[in-house]
Design a protein around this ligand. Structure first.
Ligand SMILES: *Cc1c(COP(=O)(O)O)cnc(C)c1O
Length: 409
């Protein structure tokens, strides 16, 4: 019987006391690209916005002090999010996350375009966007829009020239992510945006993976729409934002209708605590931007050096143009499922999407040229703010033991 399966016979509090007694150990968290824990500084601010003695009110309540105070903290948070990306606070629209921000950007821009172009139009995306871009775009395709999906190079990059080559007379919208969530590979979104604008196309960037890891700057004016998610940078889950550039050419129709909140872009009572949490997380991200990515990249590179001599391992993604925390590795000759089950001391993501029974290999890894077998034998390690050198050393030892055992070494 394994140590972990013992846990099911104990109550939660008993498990906790076993944990503190170090009898069972939680796996090392190396899945920061999936989500991050809320920073204590953020949790503290959020907690002050929940109860009667805190700033709990509806920010849209204009008739009393409670409402005014809630509005004040929400607007402060909006300014903090805007500052992180070089935007004006009036250009930030709160959403429930990057999924909703992407839906609003893509469907909203397409609906606005259709008002003056009833026959639809042409949209360009990359083939390795997050599903939160690919699925809304497929939905638009079913409703009469034409879509080009650009194939990335072997590292997962899309070049500005590639984008330029696909633009036709009715291309109105281009959506390219800044950092790929599986690989960490970075695209030059400023250069792609400049191309988009040369041809009068709107340019949307899914920046869910880049905030807090690399500088995002909308101020040069090459980006019209940009999606953010708080829980990828130590804020809470369930809140995000869409940057909508204030310019006459940038027209977006609402997809959620109600009380006309957020200048009509997105109705619904603002979750004061969530907005404040995202704002504080953005402020911390901006403060840490000079040193944190360097420290995280050093830990990530240490992890890679510790395992790169194992048989048939290969790095997936760009060796240099890569966000600080990402390390996606193919373990050639290993069965992916066996690998994941054996690495029980680590919390990481696999190169497969688990859908009910079958393990289908990642479309991102396949798009950069991996075979089904190699995609399934790939793991994404992602390092973050609270990762320690000790955890990385432990992970290296554990991975080495497991992989050597699988190879009968
Ligand atoms: C996490 C993520 C999303 C989805 O964000 P949510 O806030 O969880 O909806 C979208 N795009 C990318 C690139 C992501 O990493």
């Amino acid at each position: 019987m394994t140590i972990l399966s013992v846990a099911i016979f104990f109550s939660e509090s008993q498990v906790q006391s076993l944990e503190t007694a170090n009898i069972i150990r939680k796996p090392v968290y190396l899945d920061y690209a999936a989500t991050t824990p809320v920073a204590p500084e953020v949790a503290e601010r959020m907690a002050a916005c929940l109860t009667l003695d805190g700033t709990f009110a509806n920010p849209a309540s204009r008739s009393h002090l409670y409402g005014w105070q809630a509005e004040e903290v929400v607007e402060e948070a909006r300014a903090q999010v805007a500052a992180l990306i070089g935007a004006d606070a009036r250009e930030v629209v709160w959403t429930s996350g990057a999924t909703e921000a992407n839906n609003l950007a893509l469907k909203g821009a397409a609906e606005a375009w259709r008002e003056s172009h009833p026959d639809g139009g042409h949209i360009i995306v990359s083939a390795i966007e997050h599903k939160a871009v690919l699925d809304p775009v497929a939905w638009l395709e079913q409703r009469g829009f034409r879509v080009t999906r650009l194939q990335p190079d072997h590292y997962g990059q899309i070049s500005p020239q590639q984008v330029a080559a696909e633009i036709v007379s009715d291309t109105f919208l281009i959506s390219i992510m800044q950092v790929n969530n599986e690989l960490g590979t970075i695209n030059d979104v400023q250069a792609i945006g400049a191309i988009a604008h040369q041809y009068q196309c709107l340019f949307h960037v899914d920046a869910a993976q880049s905030a807090g890891k690399l500088a995002i700057d909308v101020s040069p004016g090459h980006i019209d729409l940009l999606s953010l998610s708080a829980h990828k940078f130590y804020g809470p889950k369930g809140i995000g934002a869409l940057y909508v550039r204030r310019h006459g050419d940038v027209k977006v129709k609402a997809i959620i209708h109600g009380g006309g909140h957020e200048r009509g872009f997105r109705s619904g009572t603002l979750p004061t605590h969530q907005c404040v949490g995202m704002g504080r997380a953005a402020e911390l991200a901006a403060q840490h931007l000079a040193d944190e990515p360097v420290r995280i990249a050093a830990l990530r590179d240490h992890l890679w050096r510790g395992i790169s001599d194992l048989p048939d391992v290969q790095l997936n993604g760009h060796p240099q143009d890569r966000a600080c925390g990402h390390l996606n590795v193919a373990f050639g000759g290993c069965n992916g499922e066996t690998l994941l089950l054996s690495l029980r001391e680590l919390a990481v993501s696999s190169g497969s999407a688990c859908n009910s029974a079958s393990l289908s290999p990642s479309y991102v890894l396949k798009a950069i040229g991996l075979t089904d077998a190699l995609a399934q034998a790939s793991l994404r390690f992602s390092v973050g703010r609270y990762t320690t050198q000790g955890e990385i050393d432990f992970a290296i030892e554990h991975i080495r033991q497991v992989v050597k055992k699988i190879h009968h070494l």
